[in-house]
Design a protein around this ligand. Structure first.
Ligand SMILES: [Mn+2]
Length: 322
């Protein structure tokens, strides 16, 4: 029996399934949670999709069953499905250790913590890994499931643009369209419903832009008071780090944000530079071209100097990032 079949058997035999999405959720984790939720609902399989609910992305609220995501654990469950969780701590919740664990993910750092592991680090999104669960088991993909999978794939590949986008991804997209996913609807829902507050905040964040190390590293930051004065939230800042990575000379873009007495860093790179190596030096993680970590004090200017010095001393030689 393949692990796809084993996962399906486990889901079919379960009394109650807990689907776990990760903290600081992105579109991929929520879309995968909801793809499973729609499949389970359609097949009368009892389940809940859990998120710690620190801040759900608002732009996924068009996905069917979004309103059923909960931050309360069910009283009993015998199977837990982790989606898009690079390690077992990512959902940030204590779970019953007797439950059987299914681990569906695409992070290279995933250590096969599940009893059943469906992992493919060559994929741009967990949505594509989850698609294989449906495909390999010959399961019907409803329009609701297809829309969820398409949304996760679209967003985690940064709109079909990252290095892991390949022909197979477009074949999957083609199949999902045949099943009822509508590309322009998903794109409009995900990207064209932004707040005015975001555009009040952006000039402040972009005003903090600095280039370092001959322009190879760009930093921006956001301050909590800016969020208050503009009414924006930190999700409204996330695009800005991709914006500054678009600057021709910039190889690494860093967004710093004070939170809970620490400074949270989002790192992005291009030209094959691996920012997950930098993040892991600060107990963080992520992917080669998109990673995150935390520095243990809340002064963004000090945190910025610390990360720039670290990059300078460890990754910067002969006028370039190595
Ligand atoms: Mn993902």
């Amino acid at each position: 029996m393949s692990f796809y079949q084993e996962a399906l058997e486990t889901i079919r035999q379960a009394h109650y399934i807990l689907v776990l999405t990760h903290i600081n959720p992105d579109v991929d984790t929520i879309s995968c949670g909801l793809a499973l939720s729609n499949f389970m609902y359609e097949n009368k399989i009892k389940h809940k999709v859990f998120n710690k609910m620190d801040n759900l992305p608002r732009n996924v609220n068009f996905l069917n069953r979004f309103e059923h995501i909960t931050n309360k654990l069910p009283t009993s469950y015998d199977v837990v499905v982790y989606v898009d969780c690079g390690d077992q701590r990512r959902p940030a919740v204590e779970i019953n250790s007797d439950a059987k664990m299914i681990n569906i993910d695409h992070h290279a750092s995933n250590d096969y913590f599940g009893d059943i592991n469906i992992l493919d680090e060559t994929k741009a999104s967990t949505a594509e890994v989850l698609y294989q669960f449906f495909k390999q088991n010959n399961l019907k993909i409803s329009a609701n499931v297809a829309t969820c999978l398409y949304a996760g794939m679209y967003d985690d590949s940064i709109q079909f643009s990252t290095p892991r986008v390949d022909g197979e991804m477009f074949q999957i997209a083609h199949h999902l369209c045949d099943c009822g996913a509508n590309p322009s609807y998903v794109a409009d829902m995900l990207t064209k419903r932004e707040s005015l507050a975001k555009y009040r905040l952006l000039p402040l964040v972009l005003g903090s832009l600095e280039l370092h190390l001959e322009g190879t590293v760009a930093t921006i930051y956001t301050l909590p008071e800016w969020l208050i004065t503009t009414g924006a939230d930190y999700r409204d800042v996330e695009d800005s780090v991709n914006m500054i990575l678009s600057i021709s000379v910039v190889q690494i873009a860093i967004l710093l944000r004070p939170t809970n007495g620490k400074t949270r860093l989002s790192l992005r790179s291009k030209n094959g530079i691996d920012v997950s190596k930098i993040a892991s030096e600060f107990q963080g993680g992520g992917h080669k071209m998109a990673a995150g970590c935390t520095i243990e004090h809340d002064n963004v200017l000090k945190a910025k100097n610390e990360i720039i010095n670290f990059i300078k001393n460890n990754f910067y030689t002969n006028g370039g990032i190595q």
